[in-house]
Design a protein around this ligand. Sequence first.
Ligand SMILES: NC(=O)c1ccc[n+]([C@@H]2O[C@H](COP(=O)([O-])OP(=O)(O)OC[C@H]3O[C@@H](n4cnc5c(N)ncnc54)[C@H](O)[C@@H]3O)[C@@H](O)[C@H]2O)c1
Length: 697
Amino acid sequence: MSASYEVRGDVAVITLNNPPVNGLGYETRRGLADGLARAEDDAAVKAVVITGAGKAFSGGADIKEFGSPKALAEPNLLSVIKMIETGSKPVVAAVHSVCMGGGLELALGCHYRVAAPGTNVALPEVKLGLLPGAGGTQRLPRAIGVEHALNMIVSGEPVKSELLAQAPGQKLFQKIIEGDLLEGAIAYAKEVSGQRPLPLVRDLKATHPNADGYFQFARNTVAAMAKNFPAPGRCVDCVEQAVKAKFEDGMRYEREAFTSLMFTPESKALRHAFFAERAASKIPDVPEDTPVREIKKLAVIGAGTMGGGIAMNFLNAGIPVVMLEMKQEALDKGLGIIRKNYEAQVKKGKLKQDKYEQRMSLLSTTLNYADLKDADMVIEAVFEDLGVKEKVFSTLDEVMKPGAILASNTSTLDMNRIASFTRRPQDVIGTHFFSPANVMKLLEVVRGEKTAKDVLATVMQLGKKIKKTCVVSGVCDGFIGNRMIEQYSRQAGFLLEEGATPAQVDKAVEKFGFAMGPFRMGDLAGNDIGWAIRKRRYVEKPHMRYSKTADLLCELGRYGQKTGAGWYDYVPGKRDAIPSKLVEEMIDKHRRELGITPRKISDEEIVHRLVYSLVNEGAKIVEEGIASKASDIDMVYLTGYGFPLHRGGPMCYADTQGLFNVVQTMKRFQKNPHDDATFWEPAPLLARLAAEGKSFS
Ligand SMILES: NC(=O)c1ccc[n+]([C@@H]2O[C@H](COP(=O)([O-])OP(=O)(O)OC[C@H]3O[C@@H](n4cnc5c(N)ncnc54)[C@H](O)[C@@H]3O)[C@@H](O)[C@H]2O)c1
C-alpha cells in the first residue's frame, strides 16, 4: 500500500508514499483510509498527522490513473475526507514542497494544517479544463477568503505557504514550521489533541461584502481571458455557491460542474496536450536510462536571426556559449541584437540587471574555429545552403573534440547528407528551432539515419533544460511541421482561386481559434520567404499543383508588412490589415485566366480544407515513421504553429470530429475539380483507422 503507518508516542503518523509526488491513486487512498481506521480504533492514539514522503506532500490525482475506473474506485478522495471529518480524533495535515489539487483538498478536509515554508500550494485543475472536484471550490474560499481563493482556482497557479499564512484572518495554516516538519507537526498534534469540538473548514462561512457585484465582475474578467475554455467560468459559479449555498449543496454543485467539464472537448484537448507533452519525450527505441553525454559548453555557428536566439536559450540556462562568424561585423551585429533583447527584458522588469550581466558574461565570440575545440556540442545556424553547410561540417569534423555533438538548425535540408560531410555521422543531429528561437517553445529534434541513441537522448534532455518542448522527427523534406504547413498553404491558395478572399479565409481560421490566418501570417513573416521556397520546391516537384496567387503577389513586390503591402494594405506605422482592392483584382484576373467561376465558400469548408490538409499529411508522417505517434504531431502544431490549444492539435481535432466523418469530407473534397484530388485520397493509416472505427489516440 502506498501509505505507511506508525505511532509515535500517542500520535499516529500516516505518510503518503507514492513517488514521484504522492499522487492520490487507489492504493494511496486505501493506505490512507486504513491508517485513519487504525488510529480511530487504537485507544492509545490521541491525534493523527498526515504527511508525504520524499519530494511532496501530495501533487493531487495520480495521473497514471487518469480515465481508468481505478480513479473513481472507493475509497475516493471525498470518502477519505469524510472519514477525517466524522472521526473522533484531531487530524493534522503536515504539508511541504508540493500541496496541490487533491493534495490541498485533503489538507482542507483535515482539522488542522501546518506547513513548511516554501510549500507550493495550488488548485491547478483548471489547467486541464476541469475544476477541483473534492471540495476545493467550497473549502478554500472558507479558509482564505473568496477573492484570494477564486484567484487561485481560476489561475491554477501556486502560492507559497508562508504568503498564504500571512493573510489576515486566514484559516488555512495554523502554523508555519521552520526546521523539522514532522517533529513540529507531532508537537502541534499533541498540543491540540484535547481540543473539542474539532474545527472543520466546512463549518466556516465564506462571505463577501458585495457578492453580486464581485461575482459579476469576476465572470466578465474570466470570460474575456478564457474565451475558448468553459472551466474558468464554472470555477466562478462554484465559488459563488460557496458564498450563497449550504455546504452540502455547494458540494453537489461542484460535483456536477466537475463531471460536466470532464466531457467537454476543451478539457479533453487540454488533457490530451498534457499527456502528449509527456509522451513526446519518450522515444520507443531509446530507453529512458540511456546514458547521456555531458554538455558543459556550447558553440553556435552563425550569429544571424536564429544563431542569436539559439545562443540566448543556453545562456538563460547558465550554459556558456561561444559564437562563431565569418566576419567581425556579423559578430558585432549578432551580439548587439542579443544585448538589445536582454535590455528590453530588463526594461520591462522581466530580468534583473545582475542576471543580464551574468548571462552576457557566459557568452564569448570568435572568428576562429580553433576556439571551439573544448565545446561539448555545436549548433550550426548558417545560410540555408547545402554547399555552405558542407564546408562548415567538414571543418567541424576537423576541429571538434571526439564525442562532441554536431547539430544543424537546417529547416529544409537533408540531415543525412549533412551528417555524411563528417566522419562521425553518429554524432550528428538536427535541432530545428523556431523563430524567434529564444521565445518559441518547439524544438524539432531531427534524428538522422545514423544518429546515435545517446546523442538523441542527450539532446532531448538538453532541450528540457532550456525549457523547450522537444519532438523527434525523422528526416524528410520539411520535417514534421513544415511538411504539413505546405499542404495547408496550398489549400489556402486554392481557396482564393475558387472564390474566397484573403480576409474571409483568415477570419474563418481565426474564429476556429488560430491566432492568425494564413494570409495575415504571410504578411507578418514576409511572403518572399515562401516564394523562394516555392521556386525551389516546385521545380523539384513539377507534379505538385499549387496556386500561383502568392507568386503573383510577390511579383508585385507585395512582401507583406515590411514592404507596407501584402495580401492586405497597411497604413504606415500601423499593423491593421486592410483588405486590398488591388489584391482582389489580381485574384479576379487570375481566376478568369484559369476559367474559374468564383463560388461562395462556407467558413466550415475553409476550416476543414485547411485543418484536414494537416491531418492527412500528418497521418502519412506517422505511417512513414517520421513521427512515432500522432500526439507528437499535435505537440508540434500546438507549440510551433499556434494551433488552438482548446482543439488539442490537428490529430486530436480529427479524433473529436470522428475519423469516419473526416474521411467522408475528404472524399467530397476529391470531387472538387479545382482542388488536388490526389492529395485528398485519405492517407492509408487514416482510411484504416476510420474503417475500423478507431481514432489516432
Ligand atoms: N529564420 C527562420 O525563421 C528559421 C527558422 C528555422 C530554421 N532556420 C534555419 O536556420 C539557419 C539560419 O537561418 P537564419 O534565419 O538565422 O539566417 P541568417 O541569414 O539570419 O543568419 C545566418 C548567419 O550565418 C552566418 N554565416 C554564413 N555562412 C557562415 C559560415 N560559413 N561560417 C560562419 N557563419 C556563417 C552569416 O554571416 C549570418 O550571420 C538556416 O539553416 C535556416 O534554414 C531559420
